[in-house]
Design a protein around this ligand. Structure first.
Ligand SMILES: C[S@@+](CC[C@H](N)C(=O)[O-])C[C@H]1O[C@@H](n2cnc3c(N)ncnc32)[C@H](O)[C@@H]1O
Length: 464
């Protein structure tokens, strides 16, 4: 469905707006919207359950007075058809998604605009804002149907939904995100060991996500994979298993040291590139990597424990959607500090978590809960949330020890990094000492066989 509208048709509308031909921009946008609505309606007739299809056909008969099919409907009639049959609501239920922003865009206003132009032939009826509105509606609908060129539509709408105005009432979970920066270093021996341990906890969980995605996808061979934040490729090569039908898997990470090292060895169909997900020229850089490997898009994009290090994970998820092949899927995995339970810790875990988020360079400790909303609002479809609960019950002493280190060790690296930047700063020294003491105290409790700790690993899967 995605390529029935050419990029030059969109360029033409942008030119109209730039040159002040606002009426023409509205007319052109409505003409293309008309095409899109027909395509979506046709698709809905093919895919929706029979009860929904019956309602669609009844609405079509009603609006067409029983003698006109939807293929002959004008823009206003099509919008009427969508409203009357509540097509988007049905589609959302069927695909178990809230349809992102598309349901919040009212096409009625654009129908009025279009009618004004049809009924009054005088020139320059529309303002620039109205032309932009019609064009934005068009680009959002194109994004919704997965038109490759059109992620600019989602970007625009997403920015206005999550932009300045929203920042006025930042919740505690978003406050953390504002401080996130990417100075995390996964190349130390200690951190590499922690990541390996982490990987072992989620191996089966990730495999279930991959297998679900691979079973659902129409494409069964010659798949191309991408791992975002691949570190040294250890997890990449375990998750994109050799028996899966991938012809090529590309791993990207901004840690040059790690990428340089793995790039020196032969990894078969795994290739690694240094890439900063937050780089301004991200699009050019990833395109260059794709050109180098002569690929046009990815079938499965995977990202584990990386998005929370980014200042703006939505931005990268939005961009990645553009490089996902139609029918392809993204799998993102993370955790959320709010999902931890502990007893009897005397409130120590809560104190440590609170302390963690007060540091300057902390990653987003509450990112797991945001996955669904992010994917939804960016136009990913058929979103599935998956959870794995890990707890200390039945763990041996050694397993408890590892578990503790996995979930708590890295918190000391925040205070340490800050301290290293200014070793004589008494506040930084105190913070570091305080964290060390709290962690020591918690570790002691943690090792007792009757101490309980549980946490969630959260994954989200979305399709294009
Ligand atoms: C916690 S590690 C996870 C590594 C691996 N995915 C795993 O599951 O073991 C996060 C990775 O994200 C990478 N990373 C953080 N910010 C990044 C950015 N802006 N661009 C690219 N990679 C980034 C880090 O270098 C690190 O390797």
């Amino acid at each position: 469905m995605q390529d029935f509208i050419r990029a030059d048709q969109l360029d033409k509308i942008e030119h109209f707006i730039a040159l002040g031909y606002y009426d023409s921009a509205v007319k052109e946008s409505c003409a293309l919207l008309e095409e899109i609505l027909k395509k979506v309606y046709r698709q809905a007739l093919a895919d929706l359950p029979i009860e929904d299809r019956t309602v669609l056909l009844e609405s079509e008969e009603k609006i067409g007075n029983r003698n006109k099919s939807y293929t002959k409907f004008g823009f206003g009639e099509l919008v009427g058809l969508f409203n009357r049959s509540r097509l988007l609501e049905r589609w959302g239920k069927y695909t178990q998604s809230n349809m992102g922003i598309i349901r919040s865009i009212s096409l009625d206003y654009i129908v009025d605009l279009r009618n004004r132009l049809t009924h009054d032939q005088a020139n320059q009826m529309c303002t620039k804002a109205e032309a932009n509105l019609a064009y934005d509606a068009l680009t959002n609908w194109l994004s919704f149907i997965g038109y490759k060129e059109m992620d600019r539509g989602i970007e625009k709408a997403f920015t206005s939904l999550n932009g300045e105005e929203k920042k006025q009432e930042v919740s505690i979970y978003d406050k953390v995100k504002e401080k996130v920066n990417s100075d995390y270093d996964s190349s130390s021996v200690r951190e590499k060991r922690r990541l390996k341990l982490q990987s072992s906890y989620s191996e089966e969980f990730d495999a279930q996500c991959f297998e679900y995605v691979l079973n659902r996808m129409d494409k069964k061979q010659g798949l191309i994979g991408l791992d975002i934040g691949c570190a040294d490729g250890y997890v990449t090569e375990l998750r994109f298993k050799k028996e899966y039908p991938f012809d090529m898997v590309i791993g990207v990470d901004f840690n040059g040291k790690l990428i340089e090292k793995i790039s020196q060895e032969d990894h078969g169909h795994f290739y690694y590139h240094q890439l900063d997900l937050e780089a301004k020229d991200f699009d050019d850089r990833i395109q260059a990597i794709m050109d180098e490997h002569e690929i046009e898009g990815f079938d499965v994009i995977f990202s584990a424990l990386t998005l929370h290090h980014l200042k703006n994970p939505q931005r990268i998820l939005m961009k990645l959607r553009k490089y996902l092949n139609r029918g392809g899927a993204i799998i993102i995995r993370g955790v959320d500090d709010g999902a931890m339970l502990a007893y009897d810790d005397g409130g120590l875990v809560e104190k440590i978590l609170k302390e963690t988020i007060s540091f300057e360079n902390v990653s987003d400790r509450f990112h797991g809960r945001k996955f669904y909303t992010m994917l939804c609002s960016l136009g990913y479809k058929d979103i599935q949330m998956r959870y794995q609960v890990d707890d200390t019950t039945h763990m041996t002493f050694e397993e408890r020890e590892d578990f503790f280190h996995y979930y708590f060790d890295f918190r000391l690296s925040y205070t340490l990094r800050t301290l290293n930047k200014d070793p004589d700063n008494p506040l930084y020294q105190e913070n570091h000492m305080k964290m060390q003491e709290m962690l020591d105290e918690l570790e002691e409790k943690f090792m007792k066989p009757d101490f309980f700790f549980s946490t969630l690993t959260i994954s989200a899967i979305g399709f294009k």
